[in-house]
Design a protein. Sequence first.
Length: 111
Amino acid sequence: MTTTTNQAKTRRHFDDAFKRDAVNRVIRANKPCAEVSRELGIRGNLLARWKREQLERADQAMTGTDQMKPSELVAALEAARLEAEDLREQRDILKKALNIFSQQMPKGGRR
């Protein structure tokens, strides 16, 4: 006679401070949820859900005010980061072009 043992996985519960810190780590460090979740040892979709829920709660708290909602601020921050990255890339290209064009040409007229 064989007996089967049910080894039920115990659910882990995380306190609100841990959830807030994890979400803030995603937003402030501009890291993907999957990367931060690997660092913390949790599932990526769980962290993404915490982020969505935290932004929804913050948006509801800001209802009726003239200020931007937190989800809008996060989107604006992401857009600003992308623009800054693009500008850095353009700057680096211009530096390289300036370096190439500022080099003295040999006496033959060609490089």
